[in-house]
Design a protein around this ligand. Structure first.
Ligand code: PMP
Length: 354
């Protein structure tokens, strides 16, 4: 730390991203990316922007916003695009939390929520998940705090029903409830339709997972016009050109290619089903996932050891070294070939340690 670093941030523990190896030696099942390339229409649209990069991008994301509004069945002033969904999550912490609106979120969830709360000096409380790793809905009802819930949750993959989400939103009319739907396209039900009824609901999604655009950085928030205006106030105070030209064009192309999007989601769901069964046959406990990853443990091998042995065999998964998670590994669902390799390497490891 330099002697110039602000005291405000000196005790900040930043988010730790999953390993991003520089070479292609690994089958990468550690950061919930898509195994499929972006839609060819998305790629084409991005290329067409190359010779216009001397010009700033459209701060209103006009064409992308119009298409997304049409696809999602909302108005154009009910959506805001961002540089990955991480950015708009941070905007939501900035816009809707303070001393009198502290943040609450589960103790086991996306690690960035805590970082954003600390970064912005926002008081926060972490609510323990139940023993079965589900969210206790009653803990979020009538809270009078700003609520952040990933649905499906990460790294568990477990989702709440729309009825449960609605119960939380309805009982906190004077606070914003943020539902982070990064993984919703793999079997969950989106809360976007509820934004028509509830002016305190903000739903956040990303193009990083189901639309294969993690490297392009594109996310968005959907909510009533007033909430979106508030987020725009933050955005125009931080970075009006937060979505670059190539990403904006690629996002539009991805939305135009609905068949490709749906087919890829279905492939991941199918691969998740048989991977889960194969893991269970090998003695694993697998939490019920509606995401593009599974969270699994096997009493025969600690999570860290399985992670290291898989890595030595060229397969990267994610291990979290915290007390309630340390027995588990989180495995991104990749292509059928990748998942076959993962299952056979895992089988070998279990044989070896017998
Ligand atoms: N929410 C959750 C629950 C996530 O796991 C992630 C990705 N790691 C994000 C949001 C952020 O994704 P991105 O910034 O790529 O949209």
């Amino acid at each position: 730390m330099s002697r110039f670093f602000s005291k405000k941030y000196s005790s900040l523990t930043p988010y730790t991203p999953g390993e991003q190896p520089r070479d292609q030696r690994y089958i990468k099942l550690n950061t919930n990316e898509s195994p499929f390339p972006p839609s060819s229409i998305a790629q084409q649209r991005a290329k067409e922007e190359l010779d216009r990069l001397q010009l700033y991008s459209d701060p209103c994301c006009t064409a992308l916003t119009a298409k997304a509004a049409q696809v999602l069945g909302i108005e154009e002033d009910e959506i805001l695009f961002s540089n990955g969904s991480d950015e708009v999550l941070n905007f939501a912490f900035m816009a809707f939390c303070d001393e009198s609106h502290p943040a609450i979120f589960p103790d086991i969830t996306y690690g960035f929520y805590k970082v954003f709360a600390r970064l912005n000096g926002i008081p926060y409380e972490e609510i323990p998940l139940k023993d079965d790793f589900t969210i206790a809905v009653k803990d979020y009802v009538n809270q009078n705090k700003t609520i952040f819930i990933a649905n499906p949750n990460a790294p568990t993959g477990i989702c709440l029903s729309l009825e449960q989400i609605e119960a939380i939103v309805k009982s906190n009319p004077n606070n914003v409830v943020v539902i982070d739907e990064a993984y919703v396209d793999f079997g969950g039900e989106s809360a976007i339709p509820l934004t028509k009824t509830y002016d305190n609901l903000l739903v956040i999604q990303t193009f990083s997972k189901s639309r294969s655009m993690a490297g392009a950085r594109l996310g968005f928030a959907v909510g009533c016009k007033a909430l979106i205006q508030d987020l725009n106030t933050i955005k125009y105070s931080v970075n009006p050109y937060n979505v670059n030209r190539m990403t904006m064009a690629a996002g539009l192309g991805a939305l135009e290619d609905a068949d490709y999007f749906r087919a890829n989601c279905q492939k991941i769901i199918n691969n998740r089903t048989w991977t889960t069964e194969a893991l269970q046959e090998l003695g694993f406990t697998v939490l019920p996932s509606t995401a593009n990853f599974v969270f699994a443990k096997n009493n025969a091998i600690p999570g860290k050891e399985l992670y290291l042995k898989l890595k030595a065999r060229g397969i990267l998964v994610r291990h979290f070294a915290t007390p309630r998670l340390t027995d588990f590994v989180r495995v991104t669902i990749g292509s059928a070939e990748q998942m076959s390799a993962f299952i056979s390497r895992t089988k070998e490891i279990l044989e070896e340690i017998k």
